[in-house]
Design a protein around this ligand. Structure first.
Ligand SMILES: [Fe+2]
Ligand SMILES: [Zn+2]
Length: 394
């Protein structure tokens, strides 16, 4: 995780008021520009309230759009003081807070969280830890959460072979999410399988449950018993890496994926009819990847304008080929006591077929709690962190 450069020693050296802008020169040479509206909106005095704790008291629409700074000065304690026109309101901003929230191009780039993108080469250095480490102390949990945040997955060894231990492990990361499939379920081959996961077939790489508006943030598996034939290995691929590859080598496919929504559906008569439409690659307004969703087994018949049918099928073919290319995959043969957790909005998973008896436990979690815990722990462990969103590709 990137630390905020210059934050610990943030000191305002010079102030200049421009057209709608307050310019700050910092002692370490950095420059910031804050818009009048931005500063006025972010006042945290008792009258305006503190939005960091969800207690903002003013409405943006109540602020004068033409508000301007009458007096701007550096106070004796180093903070920035502003007296506003037209209402004479006074605001004070701590220097470290301003530096932490500087939105210059450099500052935004510096505090970006950059995940570690990976391919088959990661096989030599899988992100692994142990049950004892995860429960040992804050640093042990911080390590686990860091692996999930940066590589999108982690393997934990030495987990006791019980449902209680599985739930304890899941709860160490976040809260299990209850769905129509329950809170925790068993992945075993059955005589009357409802989904491919309850068979012994191979499963191509995919993300889970794209037919939900909020698809699962993370998936957790624990192996209770593995197949004696050595089959059933889990395959993983980094969706952020695939997206990067598609953007570089197949820009037309990337364009289709980021613009066109694919409808996914899970339908069991009289029981459930889940439907949602989302792009295979979600991007933010700057074009950075926010998540991937891909599951050919739950894709509903294409529902796009005629001229997009061929381009969408072509792009899906590109993605399928890449996702199932061993050059982008790592393989994890889960043994009893192994726990695997991964970001389902980033990492694709699949498995090899098997012949024997294989029993995994399965649970879903949201990303929120894990990210929140990672930030709280980092602060407790003395890392000065930035305000970057942690789930972003390139
Ligand atoms: Fe799955
Ligand atoms: Zn105020």
């Amino acid at each position: 995780m990137t630390k905020v450069p210059g934050l610990a020693t943030a000191q305002i050296q010079g102030v200049e008021v421009g057209d709608e802008i307050v310019r700050l020169a910092w002692r370490d040479g950095h420059q910031s520009e804050f818009h009048f509206l931005w500063l006025r909106d972010n006042c945290t005095c008792v009258h305006c309230g503190n939005r960091a704790v969800g207690q903002k008291l003013t409405l943006l629409c109540e602020l004068a759009e033409d508000c301007s700074a009458k007096n701007v000065l550096v106070e004796v304690d180093g903070s920035l003081g502003v007296e506003w026109l037209p209402d004479g309101h006074r605001s004070t901003y701590a220097a470290t807070w301003l530096r932490e929230h500087c939105y210059s191009e450099t500052a935004r780039r510096e505090r970006r969280h950059n995940p570690v993108l990976w391919d088959a080469a990661l096989q030599e250095a899988l992100p692994e830890t142990s049950y004892d480490t995860c429960f040992g102390d804050d640093a042990g949990l911080h390590y686990l959460l860091g692996l999930i945040r940066d590589r999108g997955f982690a393997i934990v060894h030495g987990v006791p072979g019980s449902r209680e231990a599985f739930e304890r492990m899941v709860r160490r990361v976040g809260y299990p999410r209850e769905t129509n499939y329950g809170r925790m379920s068993d992945l075993v081959a059955t005589q009357t399988p409802k989904t491919l996961s309850n068979t012994k077939h191979r499963i191509p790489l995919h993300t889970d449950e794209g037919y939900r508006h909020a698809n699962p943030g993370m998936l957790a598996f624990q192996c209770l018993s593995n197949s004696a034939d050595g089959g059933g290995a889990t395959l993983l691929a980094d969706g952020f890496k695939l997206a990067q590859h598609v953007r570089e080598h197949q820009p037309q496919a990337f364009d289709v994926f980021s613009r066109v929504s694919i409808v996914a559906r899970r339908f069991h008569v009289g029981e459930m009819d889940l439907r949602s439409a989302s792009p295979v690659i979600s991007v933010d307004y700057e074009g950075r990847v926010q998540g991937v969703r891909f599951n050919e087994r739950s894709a509903a018949p294409l529902d796009v304008p005629t001229e997009l049918v061929r381009p969408v099928y072509k792009a899906l073919g590109v993605w399928q080929t890449l996702a199932n290319d061993p050059a982008f995959q790592v393989q994890v043969l889960l043994k009893p006591g192994d726990f695997l957790i991964f970001d389902n909005q980033r990492v694709l998973h699949g498995r090899r077929s098997f012949a024997g008896h294989r029993h995994l436990l399965y649970a879903q979690l949201d990303l929120d709690e894990a990210h929140s815990r990672a930030l709280v722990l980092a602060a407790r462990l003395g890392e000065t962190l930035n305000g970057a969103l942690m789930h972003r590709g390139t």
